[in-house]
Design a binder for this molecule. Structure first.
Ligand SMILES: Nc1ncnc2c1ncn2[C@@H]1O[C@H](COP(=O)(O)OP(=O)(O)OP(=O)(O)O)[C@@H](O)[C@H]1O
Length: 507
């Protein structure tokens, strides 16, 4: 019998509780050397908890983990874990103000000569350059980490992990902040490393990426292992059925149905000559009651900056914004809120949530004045609103009183959405609203945005995700700060992607 190399990682019977929550209920996972293995499941299924166990961050209540056939290091010995496995998170872990070279050798600085106390910078830079070259990563070692694009920061982290000796890299939603080309470059690099025997555990809600990159997929549902199978043998509908526990009636993407846009009505949201120097050119936009408008564009298109300007986070350099005919004071979040603008930010950690507060409090942070002044907020009404949001957005939580810090990433995102809806906004601005949200919740969440519009508000979805844009009545494609194309409902993926990439501009 041919000798088989032991798995890059093997986990058996893993149990993990957080207080009353059973996050993992005896799950298993085996990743072969050089394999690209996907781990998928709905929000709250237990994926991140498993990553915590595999990286030595969480101590499991039961179960065993081995790397290359050897028992996992003792809990708490960080350096030993680093030599086995590393996780590249959506939010990069590199220190933003340090250079690439410093990040690569963080906590293992070597001095220039034996007994010397000074760090030899030229030597450090040289070592960093060699290390990056070894893994084929072309990044300037003297650049500050914060000046690098997300993609290059991820490459630096991967190179760092490999230099510690790790042969398994976990990627937790690595493509969330990359545009189409960045994703292709990342996948190219991963394939190259795979051929050198490095194994990857890939966590993603983008099932098409799972099909593109991975050979094996494991599904968890409600803290349990459901299946592990070759990707090629599993149809997408069957994969979704395994994740949700329900038979699917086809996961075909849908376009906005017959529109309820009140074309003769006055626009709810209007911009006139709105511009932000260096980000987007003067834009006249009208969004009518019942209308969902998509602003499609890749990372540098200016669409996110436009959303931030509408929300008052950035101050326009020219032009004006009106909501139901009333001018909105530029660059002020409170005024934007008062004018009826609801905002779902892209970065829920920086702009979204108070992790130490409950789901109910977070969902109602902007409506405290409506429910009663702070201190006299009627808890019953706060809870009532939170309960309705938990149901309509399918938030997996123990209840309205649970702290947001105890929710999974995707469920935290849904709380951000709940908060934006709490005031019953006249104009809802949503930036990549389904980032990190599972396939089934995605439909629910986009359905909620659609419903807000159907009830007479205006909605704007800012995204490069085609599924987000399909619910729109009209999509404007931005490229380098300019609207390069406008589509009604029913566009083809190919033409919209081409427009976002600036190919074949049309009016
Ligand atoms: N620190 C914590 N305290 C309490 N409960 C937690 C904690 N971390 C996770 N949980 C709970 O454990 C369960 C699994 O969460 P986990 O983050 O592993 O899910 P996930 O599959 O990664 O979801 P997502 O796709 O949303 O990221 C959830 O019910 C979550 O609320």
């Amino acid at each position: 019998m041919a000798h088989q190399a032991p798995p890059a990682v093997e986990a058996e019977g893993i149990v993990k509780r957080f207080g009353p929550t059973l996050a993992l209920d005896g799950v298993r996972l085996t990743v072969a050397p050089g394999e690209a293995h996907a781990l998928v499941g709905r929000n709250g299924a237990g994926k991140s908890t498993l990553v915590g166990v595999l990286t030595g961050l969480h101590r499991p209540d039961a179960g065993t983990v081995t790397f290359g056939g050897e028992p996992a290091p003792a809990f708490g010995s960080t350096a030993a874990w680093q030599s086995k496995v590393a996780c590249v998170y959506q939010k990069s872990m590199v220190v933003p103000d340090l250079t690439v070279a410093e990040n690569l050798f963080l906590n293992r600085f070597e001095t220039g000569r034996p007994g010397g106390r000074l760090i030899s910078w030229p030597r450090l830079r040289r070592r960093a350059a060699e290390l990056l070259a070894e893994y084929g990563v072309s990044v300037d070692p003297t650049a500050r980490a914060k000046d690098l694009p997300v993609e290059q920061r991820q490459f630096v982290e991967i190179a760092k992990a490999l230099s510690f000796g790790a042969r398994l890299i976990i990627l937790d939603e690595p493509t969330a902040q990359l545009d189409a080309r960045g994703i292709q470059r990342l996948f190219g690099k991963l394939r190259e490393l795979q051929s050198q025997g490095v194994a990857f555990l890939f966590i993603s809600h983008h099932l098409q990426e799972v099909y593109e990159l991975c050979t094996t997929v494991t599904v968890y549902r409600d803290a349990r292992h459901v299946l592990s199978a070759p990707v090629a043998a599993l149809a997408k509908d069957d994969l979704v059925a395994a994740m949700t526990g329900e038979a699917t009636s086809g996961t075909a993407a849908w376009h906005a149905p017959a529109s309820k846009v009140r074309k003769d009505a006055e626009p709810v949201l209007r911009t006139e000559g709105l511009a932000l120097d260096g980000e987007f050119d003067p834009l006249d936009l009208e969004v009518r009651p019942g209308e969902v408008v998509g602003l499609a564009g890749a990372t540098a298109s200016g669409n996110t900056a436009l959303g931030e300007t509408l929300a008052g986070l950035r101050k326009a350099t020219a032009g004006r914004i009106t909501v139901r005919g009333r001018a909105v004071r530029p660059g002020s979040v409170p005024h934007a809120l008062d004018a009826g603008i609801g905002y779902i930010p892209e970065d829920r950690h920086l702009q979204g949530l108070v992790l130490d507060r409950s789901v109910a409090e977070n969902a109602t942070l902007t409506v405290a004045d409506q429910l009663g002044p702070w201190g006299t907020v009627l808890p019953s009404r706060t809870r009532e609103f939170a309960r309705s949001m938990i149901a309509s957005l399918d938030i997996k939580t123990q209840g309205p009183q649970q702290k947001v810090s105890g929710l999974s990433g995707g469920n935290q995102q849904k709380v951000v959405v709940a908060r934006a809806l709490a005031r019953g906004p006249s104009a809802l601005i949503a930036v990549r609203p389904t980032a990190g949200v599972d396939v089934k919740s995605k439909d629910a969440l986009l359905g909620v945005v659609r419903r807000v519009a159907d009830e007479g508000s205006a909605a704007v979805i800012i995204s490069d995700e085609l599924d987000d844009l399909r619910v729109c009545d009209r999509v404007l494609a931005l490229f380098h700060g300019r609207v390069v194309a406008t589509f009604g409902s029913g566009w083809s993926d190919r033409e919209l992607v081409a427009a976002m990439e600036g190919v074949g501009e049309r009016e």
